[in-house]
Design a protein around this ligand. Structure first.
Ligand code: ZN
Length: 432
C-alpha cells in the first residue's frame, strides 16, 4: 500500500509542484528571515530569479554553523504564537541548534512519517515498540506521532531499561521494532542471555531502523537475529526529523519525499552540483515548512541519488544508505558527536591541556566512547582522589553540554602520540 498519491506523481507533475513550492518558500524566507535576505542580496538574487525548480542551484547553501550563529530563533519564519513545537540538538554551551514547527509543519511531519510506516508495511493492526530516545531529539516523538497517524498502537519505551523493554515487547505482542540497529542487536543479546526464545516469544515482523551509519553486514545480522524485514529510515531535525526518506519493500534505496524535501548532491569541496548517480554530499531544501524553512542545507552525509523507476510504484528519487560523512562528525549510539564541540567543552576545564584523543569502539553491540586527556603540569598524578574528581567533572561537563556519555582516561602531560606534531584527534575502531 502507498499512503499518499503524491508519492506516485509523474516527474512532470512533481516538478510543477516543486517549482510552485520552491517559489513560495523562497518568497517566505526572503520576506521573513533577515539571514536569508542578506545571503540572497550578497549573490544579487531576488525571489523573482527563481522561475523553476531547476534554478535552485542559484540559491546559497546553508550550513549547521548558520543555525548555531542564529541561535535560538533567528532562522524562524513565523511569529512565536504560530510555533507549536520546538526541538533542539546538542551543542556546546549556549549554542545548540534549534528547530520549530507550526501546526501545519506537524501535519507534514506526521504525513511523511505515515508514508514511512506504510512503506514498511505497518498499519492499524500493528503494535510499534518505539525505542528511539524521547525528548529534545526528534527521533522518539517523530516515530511516535507517525505510528499514531497510521493507527498503530505505539509503546513509547524510549532507550535504556533493556530487560523491561523485552518483557513489554513480549507481553504486548509488539509487531514492529523502531530503534537504532545497534540497540536492536543489544536487545537481542540481552534476550538470549535472559533465556528468551526470540522466534517464539516475540511477534516482530519488521523493524524501522536508522539514526546511525550501518554496514550491510550489520543490517543482515539485525534482520536474522530478530527474524524481521529490515526497513531503513533517514532524517535529521534540521530538515524535519525522521521521515525525510525510507526504504520500500524493494530494498533498493530510500525514497526521499520530494514533494516536501528537494534533494541535490554536491561536491563537498567545491559546492558544485553533481549529476544523479554520482557520490557526494546530500543537500536538502524544505519545500513546505513554515516555522523553520531551510534552503539548500548541507547534511554532511555522503550518498548518491537514483531516479530510475522503482517497482513499488513510487516515483520519488531514491538515495543510497549513507556511506559516510563529509565532515568529521561521529555518530555514537545515535547521538551526533563533533570533535570540535568536545574540544570546546574540554577548553573550559582548567586542569587539563588540549591534547586529547577521542576513541570510538564497540562494547558488545553498543558503541563506546573514551576520551583520553592529558592533564597539565600542575596536576598531581599521584593523587587518586584529585584525578577521580577531575574525571567526574569532565564527564558531567560532556553529559550536560553535549549529551555524551564518555569514559575519561587521564594521562600524563605530553604522553598522547603526535603525528606531525599534532595529536590524532579521533580514532574510530568500530570498523565497517
Ligand atoms: Zn520503491
Amino acid at each position: 500500500m502507498i499512503w499518499s498519491k503524491d508519492e506516485t506523481l509523474s516527474r512532470d507533475e512533481l516538478e510543477k509542484l516543486q517549482t510552485k513550492r520552491l517559489k513560495e518558500t523562497v518568497a517566505r524566507v526572503y520576506g521573513a528571515v533577515p539571514f536569508y535576505k542578506k545571503r540572497f542580496e550578497e549573490l544579487g538574487l531576488v525571489p523573482q530569479d527563481i522561475k523553476s525548480i531547476h534554478d535552485i542551484s542559484k540559491l546559497p547553501l546553508t550550513k549547521k554553523q548558520d543555525l548555531r550563529d542564529n541561535y535560538p530563533f533567528g532562522l524562524f519564519a513565523v511569529e512565536q504564537d504560530a510555533v507549536v513545537r520546538i526541538h533542539s540538538s546538542s551543542g556546546t554551551t549556549g549554542k545548540p541548534t534549534v528547530v520549530g514547527y507550526t501546526k501545519s509543519d506537524m501535519d507534514v511531519w506526521n504525513e511523511v512519517m505515515a508514508r514511512c510506516y506504510t512503506m514498511s508495511g505497518v498499519n492499524s493492526e500493528d503494535t510499534v515498540h518505539n525505542a528511539y530516545g524521547y525528548g529534545l531529539f526528534t527521533g522518539g516523538l517523530g516515530l511516535h506521532d507517525g505510528a499514531q497517524t497510521v493507527g498503530a498502537a505505539v509503546v513509547p519505551s524510549s532507550g535504556g531499561f533493556t530487560s523491561r523493554q523485552l518483557l513489554l515487547m513480549k507481553d504486548f505482542g509488539s509487531t514492529v521494532l523502531a530503534s537504532t540497529p545497534s540497540f536492536a542487536l543489544h536487545l537481542a543479546e540481552v534476550a538470549l542471555k535472559e533465556g528468551y526464545d526470540i522466534k517464539k516469544d516475540f511477534k516482530l515482523k519488521c523493524g524501522i531502523f536508522g539514526a546511525e551509519p550501518t554496514s550491510e553486514g550489520l543490517k543482515e545480522e539485525v534482520a536474522k537475529v530478530w527474524g524481521v524485514e529490515y526497513y531503513e529510515i533517514y532524517g535529521m531535525s534540521e530538515i524535519i526529523g525522521p521521515g525525510v526518506s525510507n526504504s520500500c519493500k524493494e530494498h533498493n534505496g530510500l525514497h526521499i519525499f520530494e514533494d516536501h524535501f528537494y534533494p541535490e548532491i554536491i561536491d563537498s569541496k567545491t559546492g558544485e552540483v553533481l549529476p544523479y548517480g554520482e557520490k557526494g554530499e546530500l543537500v536538502i531544501t524544505s519545500l513546505t515548512k513554515q516555522a523553520f524553512p531551510i534552503i539548500r542545507y548541507r547534511t554532511g552525509d555522503i550518498t548518491s541519488l537514483d531516479q530510475t523507476p522503482c517497482r513499488c510504484g513510487r516515483t520519488h528519487v531514491r538515495m543510497k544508505s549513507v556511506m559516510g560523512r563529509a565532515d568529521d562528525m561521529l555518530i555514537v549510539n545515535g547521538v551526533n558527536v563533533f570533535p570540535s564541540q568536545v574540544e570546546h567543552v574540554l577548553a573550559n576545564v582548567e586542569e587539563i591541556t588540549l591534547n586529547y584523543q577521542i576513541i570510538a569502539d564497540k562494547k558488545g553491540y553498543l558503541d563506546s566512547l573514551e576520551i583520553m586527556v592529558e592533564v597539565n603540569d600542575q596536576m598531581p598524578m599521584d593523587s587518586i582522589g584529585a584525578l577521580e574528581n577531575l574525571k567526574k567533572k569532565i564527564q558531567s561537563e560532556l553529559l550536560n553540554n553535549l549529551y555524551i556519555n564518555a569514559k575519561i582516561k587521564l594521562v600524563e602531560p605530553r604522553s598522547i602520540e603526535r603525528s606531525m606534531g599534532k595529536a590524532v584527534r579521533v580514532i574510530d575502531k568500530r570498523g565497517k
